[in-house]
Design a protein around this ligand. Structure first.
Ligand SMILES: N=c1c2ncn([C@@H]3O[C@H](COP(=O)(O)OP(=O)(O)OP(=O)(O)O)[C@@H](O)[C@H]3O)c2ncn1[C@@H]1O[C@H](COP(=O)(O)O)[C@@H](O)[C@H]1O
Length: 109
């Protein structure tokens, strides 16, 4: 079963091919890369502000979701797939040996 992140990414890719009326995503693609980057920057700042406020988990989850949405729009715009990111994370994980049993003392930061 697909998780919500996969469904969202596929929806955003679909919006690239079929620009629906009233779609905020289609509006971002139409505005172009500079607008998308501006939104990623704004949303990242909002995550930082929400995280510094400490105890409002709901607000922080909200802001993180906004940031993920805008990052995914950027990925779709740049033809970067979830598989690309997954593959990169997998490579890092194998290199580092995330399981405690595999980890050597030198692997520590
Ligand atoms: N997950 C999201 C999502 N998160 C945030 N946003 C939009 O991002 C915008 C960010 O809000 P801001 O106040 O920062 O920006 P704004 O003032 O509305 O817009 P700007 O003038 O700054 O561009 C809001 O309009 C939100 O609706 C999203 N818009 C769409 N989605 C999902 O994307 C998919 C496709 O949606 P549409 O493209 O709208 O069909 C659907 O699954 C939606 O649920």
């Amino acid at each position: 079963m697909k998780n919500e992140l996969q469904v969202l990414y596929e929806t955003l890719l679909d919006r690239k091919e079929h620009a629906e009326v009233g779609s905020y995503t289609a509006y971002l693609y139409e505005k172009g890369l500079e607008k998308i980057l501006k939104k990623v920057g704004e949303e990242a700042t909002e995550v930082i502000i929400a995280a510094m406020k400490n105890d409002n988990k709901e607000e922080l989850v909200n802001e993180i979701s906004d940031l993920i949405y805008h990052l995914f729009v950027l990925m779709a715009e740049k033809n970067i797939t979830l598989e690309d990111v997954n593959h990169e994370l997998e490579k890092r994980s194998h290199k580092k040996g995330n399981l405690k049993a595999e980890r050597k003392p030198v692997d520590k930061y």
